[in-house]
Write a protein that binds this ligand. Structure first.
Ligand code: ADP
Ligand code: MG
Length: 700
């Protein structure tokens, strides 16, 4: 149960004054929620100002600088209404010791100005001053009050991120109505840390967040922001630790690998495993042999051979009499894995099936039957693998490929289904440790640090789109020599019609050059068509494949050696690295051509040159993080760290580390959060909507 203390903060947002149905939708968009029904008062309180308006400058009329916000106090001399039926403005003149100022109003209706600015009254106004022909004027002042009430004029105003249709003034009103609802929270931060970090209380931090006095208060390092960032990290880490502790306890069907299946498979591989592959397999087998459930992340750069590690791990589960699944993020990948793994695993003589959203009708029923009976030992597929209709006979291992967004929530879903297989999450996007921590909690990590022997480096060049003609001519020569190439067009969002057009246009032009040697694949095609094109490319019936980023992850056509990426400047570095990783997979030298549309910004130039200089995915990821921020790296386009409202890994990395240790300490000492601090921490979890973890507490 949520502590009653938090009720005022979890009241619906539209219980605040001035939030009707129309504004509701705007707020939902602004606060990143699905609808207004999902918006609470607390969401607005987490909506931090990004700048401020300073009205403290009171230079006097004659010394007011052009275009700058100032506050002026003066006496009203006269009103000058516009002549009837003209579009001229209404002017009110006032003066102080230094000069005269015209307050200017357009489309004035009624006599409200006479009431607001009576002649001979001393008033205080605030707004931007414009100088024209040596005369100052202020158009529609932001504030006009009688001098006696000047105290009520906010001299410093926070400025909030807005969304189209929502005015700053209305938003501020709502925030002002929300702030008094913040209660005195019980303190959940350890006293020693509070002292060391000079943290304010949570309540004071929220109040200070919305009441910046100057630029330093807006800095991520401002004490209020640091405290709130710490809270956010602590809530996240604590919830992850609680879930993790719980998941580990639930699980733990030990897997006894016998080698009966993996030995013949290994012997038949056309290569020997790299040392890091062997180490990673060893770590996985050791984890799975224990009584705790495995939660392991396998990080390996593109082409480092993660699939083989997955296969060996899955074979161990089968040797132990159980089943294993491999989940891929796309249909193409699932089917490709199915083909490769069926071939690789042939010597083991086991049953492998593929199950995706496209598997329908009788075929689907037959597969589901085989899964429930245990006849199928390995299933490869997409999200469809975890739908309610899929019932496993004895699922011991789930491998999730190329999917770093598979977080705690999905794991909880699995557990809710009553199955808790060992988990191996594989990612090719090298995620810096701090991000792993934020997204998965303290997960065990295996790394594939070396590439299989015999790989040739990929030569990367950057070329301006003006020279597309030359590239096409060079492609002609290369295809004539029997080479195969990808041509990637950006598709920011699969639904954007204009992007779709661009990939289709490119396909048409290339077709006019290369005829039937060119194929097209994009996310809007139906699955069977996609497969057919990919297969034709693999079998070299097509030699040039025009594609959107559907080929970004995992596609394996080892004899493709040329990668052209159009509008390279629009992609994230990590994504470019992924795309480039589609070539350089065989023993032929490969080339990657980054076509950019100039002129490039300095940042854009720096980004592309990193790719030219290195093929080290970890280095690229770190640089990407520096240049673009974390959100982009994880593929979510929001700014800042995904899943966090105040905290940012870039600014508050030091706090994350402390929060992680703090959470581990708490879970060890007080795993059910029953101590006084434990109780306070429950409030924290609710406050940050991390309460899913609370359901796992025994004394919950
Ligand atoms: P990724 O880590 O990107 O998923 P893959 O598992 O698709 O990489 O492997 C890339 C290519 O390298 C595949 O063609 C695979 O057969 C091959 N490969 C994997 N391990 C080795 C190895 N130890 N030696 C040589 N080639 C290997
Ligand atoms: Mg892969």
């Amino acid at each position: 149960m949520r502590p009653a203390l938090l009720d005022p903060l979890f009241a619906p947002l539209n219980s605040l004054p001035g939030i009707g149905p129309k504004a509701g939708e705007l707020y939902a968009r602004l606060l990143g929620r699905e609808s207004i029904d999902d918006c609470r008062v607390i969401d607005l309180i987490f909506h931090a100002p990004h700048s401020l308006i300073d009205r403290r400058h009171q230079p006097g009329i004659a010394r007011a600088p052009q275009g700058v916000i100032v506050t002026i106090t003066g006496r009203v001399d006269r009103h000058q209404p516009p002549p009837p039926r003209t579009s001229q403005p209404y002017r009110v003149f006032l003066h102080d010791d230094t000069g005269e100022l015209a307050l200017t109003f357009f489309r004035v209706k009624g006599n409200w100005l006479e009431k607001a600015l009576p002649v001979n009254e001393t008033v205080t106004v605030s707004g931007k001053v414009d100088w024209f022909n040596g005369r100052p004027s202020m158009v529609h002042p932001d504030y006009m009050v009688r001098a006696a009430e000047a105290e009520n004029l906010p001299l410093v105003e926070p400025v909030y991120p807005l969304t189209a249709g929502l005015s700053a003034r209305i938003l501020r009103k709502a925030v002002e109505a929300a702030l008094p609802r913040i209660p005195d929270f019980p303190e959940w931060i350890d006293e020693a840390l509070t002292e060391k970090q000079s943290f304010l209380s949570a309540r004071d931090s929220f109040l200070a967040l919305h009441d910046p006095r100057d630029e330093t208060d807006l800095d991520p390092q401002a004490p209020a922001r640091r405290r709130l960032a710490y809270d956010e990290f602590l809530a996240g880490q604590l919830s992850l630790s609680l879930v993790r502790q719980r998941l580990r306890k639930v699980a733990g069907t030990p897997v006894h690998a016998t080698g009966k299946l993996s030995k013949p498979v290994l012997a038949a591989l056309p290569f020997s495993l790299t040392a890091s592959q062997t180490t990673a397999i060893g770590e996985v087998l050791e984890d799975m042999a224990g009584t705790e459930r495995m939660l392991r992340l396998l990080q390996g750069d593109v082409g480092s051979g993660k699939t083989a590690v997955a296969l060996m791990s899955m074979l161990a589960a089968v040797e132990s009499g159980g089943q294993a699944v491999l989940m891929a993020p796309t249909e193409i990948l699932a089917r490709q894995h199915f083909t490769t793994l069926t071939k690789m695993a042939a010597p083991a003589g086991i049953n492998i099936d593929v199950l995706t959203g496209r598997t329908k009708g009788r075929e689907r029923e037959a597969i589901l039957e085989r899964i429930v009976s245990g006849e199928t030992q390995i299933v490869i597929g997409t999200h469809a693998l975890f739908q309610d209709t899929v019932v496993y006979n004895n699922l011991l291992l789930a491998v999730v490929d190329e999917q770093h967004r598979f977080g705690v929530h999905q794991r909880l879903r699995l557990t809710a289904k009553g199955i808790s297989p060992h988990m191996l999450v594989m990612t090719a996007t090298p995620i810096p440790r701090t991000l792993v921590l934020a997204a998965f909690g303290d997960m065990d990590v295996s790394k594939l640090t070396e590439k299989p022997a015999g790989r040739k480096p990929i030569q990367t060049v950057t070329v301006s789109t003006e020279r597309t003609g030359e590239i096409v001519a060079r492609l002609r020569t290369a295809l004539d020599e029997g080479k195969k190439a990808y041509w990637i067009c950006p598709l920011v969002e699969e639904s954007e019609a204009s992007d779709l057009m661009s990939v289709d246009e490119r396909f048409q032009t290339l077709k006019s050059h290369f005829g039937t040697e060119v194929g097209l694949v994009h996310g809007r095609m139906n699955g069977a068509d996609k497969d057919a094109v990919m297969l034709a490319f693999k079998n070299s019936e097509i030699r040039l494949l025009v594609a959107t980023t559907v080929v970004e992850v995992g596609v394996d056509v080892p004899d493709a050696t040329i990668m052209v990426i159009e509008h390279a400047e629009r992609f994230g570095l990590a994504q470019l690295h992924q795309l480039r990783g589609r070539v350089g997979r065989g023993d032929e030298a490969s080339t990657c051509i980054l076509l950019y549309k100039g002129p490039l910004s300095e940042n854009g130039r720096a980004r592309l040159s990193i790719l030219r200089e290195t093929e080290d995915g970890f280095l690229i990821a770190e640089e990407d993080l520096k240049l673009r921020g974390e959100g982009e790296l994880l593929g979510t386009r929001q700014s800042g760290t995904p899943g966090f409202r105040i905290a940012s890994l870039e600014a508050h990395g030091d706090l994350l580390e402390i929060a992680r240790k703090d959470a581990a300490y708490i879970v060890e000492r007080d795993p059910d959060l029953t101590s006084a601090r434990g109780e306070a921490l429950r409030t924290l979890l609710y406050l940050h909507r991390r309460d899913e973890a609370i359901r796992f507490l025994r004394a919950g």
